[in-house]
Design a protein around this ligand. Structure first.
Ligand SMILES: [Zn+2]
Length: 245
């Protein structure tokens, strides 16, 4: 059963995620959906499964439509696109609704004289690599390797380069890519959409709105934070309207 984002846990998630890295925030929000599952750590799921949890949660809390703004790389025209989270949801992954918990898929690749067994990347892999370090891409690819035959300490760059597209094929929902068409110059391009950052923006926007309401109502009526939050959002709207000058 998917746990939903509620007002109480949105505030909690926002507060916990404030100082975190983007990947830590993604795992924190995704773990909200996983909480009822107990033993499974969201950091060990393949990235596509994390994206699916994030999209399911976002859809439940903020609706299916994801508004995105971007600029055409060819002519600079600004584009407002609304994507449905249904379109972005990776189809092939097991979900939070009772299906088997997805485990990272594995595969084998023979290239450059090596046979490599590798697995899909998880949030734990992304967390372990500093994205600003010069060897970040290599370190991340290296983490996907389960075994190499013949054994070698340092895989050549060419081998890791050959592995990168295979990894993407192994877990297609790990990256969310949109195909966009410019209405101005008809240029077509692919843009990456960061689901986690999108959800974080929604979570922090929502949390800040609630906190502003708490501030205004506390000031107007002398209520405590807990008292304001115990009033339903619809009644709060009413009290805000009648109390504002
Ligand atoms: Zn254009």
């Amino acid at each position: 059963m998917l746990r939903r984002l509620t007002e109480a846990n949105v505030l909690e998630v926002w507060e916990c995620g404030l100082g975190g890295t983007p990947v830590a925030r993604a795992l924190l929000i995704a773990s909200t959906a996983m909480a009822s599952r107990g033993e499974q750590d969201v950091a060990d799921l393949p990235l596509s499964a994390v994206n699916k949890l994030l999209l399911d949660l976002r859809c439940g809390a903020f609706g299916d439509a994801l508004p995105c703004t971007t600029d055409c790389p060819a002519c600079g025209e600004s584009l407002d696109v609304t994507v449905s989270s249904e379109e972005l949801r990776p189809a092939a992954v097991g979900g939070p609704t009772g299906e088997a918990v997805p485990v990272p898929a594995t595969a084998t690749l023979t290239t450059g004289g090596f046979t490599i067994t590798y697995r899909a990347l998880t949030g734990r892999d992304v967390e372990a690599v500093d994205p600003s370090s010069p060897g970040a891409r290599r370190a991340l690819l290296r983490r996907s390797v389960l075994s190499v035959s013949p054994p070698v300490d340092d895989l050549p760059d060419a081998v890791l380069d050959a592995l990168a597209p295979r990894l993407a094929e192994l877990d297609p929902g790990a990256d969310t890519v949109l195909t966009l068409d410019c209405p101005q110059c008809e240029h077509r391009w692919e843009a990456a959409l960061d689901v986690a950052e999108h959800v974080w923006t929604d979570v922090s926007g929502y949390a800040l709105r609630v906190l502003h309401d708490v501030h205004a109502l506390a000031q107007a009526y002398g209520w405590s934070e807990a008292e304001v939050l115990s009033v339903s959002p619809a009644r709060r709207r009413f009290y805000l309207e009648v109390s504002s000058p």
